[in-house]
Design a protein around this ligand. Structure first.
Ligand code: BV8
Length: 236
């Protein structure tokens, strides 16, 4: 029998043990900032400096040498490298820890914190330093229009056709480190349940826990390596 086709969805919880804050935990990002002030197109139109400062601070946090991929990121990268069936890792995270861990069959549906996008020509460029009103687009040369390449609330997530195709073909859907609060990602399990096996690996029950065939609760750095090891033992 062929190895099952797998789709894995991750959220901020998988990066928590790397030292990055989640969004909705008590010490989370939305406990310190209002979404309406920093993570919507209206916020950027109203006060671009405030939005750029919010993302510049998170970029600085991501460049902290103490922030490294953890055992959960590494386990998913190993599964990606060794899995003979279809495999797609869909992350809501805008950090680069999955890529740095070695994941390649990877989609950043909410964009990537470390990359820039020009609102005039839409070209995405490798970011890096702080974004300011003076930052020039390397493609069209214009200043004043550079934003982080991140999907804000009210904006369409990226690569949705590719994600829909993978969900339609998957036999196993695994959700890791996400509260199941943000759509359309939170709706994926409802899309596949009944047709694919569904598993939640999370520190605590998510808002959609009841929709999963199985839910295991604990830290990702324990649950994810255990799950990957069992999958690779069953399908060498
Ligand atoms: C859109 C980038 C449509 C920015 C983010 C109904 C249907 C469809 C849409 C909506 C709807 N109702 C409302 C909407 C609109 C909205 C939405 O869902 N709102 C919510 C608040 C109700 N959705 C949107 O706007 C989306 N776009 O729908 O477009 C459209 C259609 C046509 C044309 C145009 C548009 C866009 C959503 C994307 C927004 N951008 N991020 C940034 O990062 O700054 S969302 C943000 O939330 C992050 O991406 C984050 O990943 C995401 C989800 O949060 P989580 O990752 O789950 O993090 P959270 O803190 O919530 O949870 C962490 C979990 O980890 C917890 O469960 C915790 O227990 C666990 N955990 C903690 N530690 C550990 C752990 N687990 C394991 N181990 C640990 N150690």
């Amino acid at each position: 029998m062929a190895p099952p086709n797998i789709v894995v969805l991750t959220g901020a919880g998988i990066s928590r043990e790397s030292g990055l804050h989640t969004f909705r935990d008590a010490d989370g990002i939305w406990a310190k900032h209002r979404i309406e002030d920093v993570a919507t197109p209206e916020a950027f139109r109203r006060d671009p400096a405030r939005v750029r400062s919010f993302y510049n601070a998170r970029r600085a946090g991501l460049r902290d040498p103490a922030v490294q991929p953890n055992a959960a990121h590494a386990a998913l990268a190993e599964l990606d490298a060794r899995w003979a069936g279809d495999f797609l890792l869909v992350t809501q995270n805008v950090d680069d820890l999955h890529h740095r861990a070695g994941s390649r069959r990877l989609v950043h549906m909410h964009g990537e914190l470390a990359r820039d996008r020009c609102i005039y020509c839409q070209v995405v460029s490798p970011g890096g330093g702080d974004l300011t009103a003076e930052t020039r687009c390397p493609a069209c040369g214009r200043a004043g229009g550079m934003r982080p390449h991140v999907v804000w609330f009210g904006e369409m997530p990226l690569e949705m056709e590719r994600i829909a195709a993978a969900l339609a073909a998957c036999d196993l859907f695994v959700s890791i480190g996400t509260s199941g609060a943000v759509y359309p990602a939170a709706g994926f399990v409802a899309e596949v349940r009944g047709r694919a096996d569904t598993l939640e690996l999370n520190l605590e029950p998510s808002e959609g826990s009841h929709l999963f065939d199985e839910a295991r609760h604990g830290p990702a750095t324990r649950l994810v390596p255990e799950w990957v090891e069992a999958m690779l033992a069953k399908w060498p």
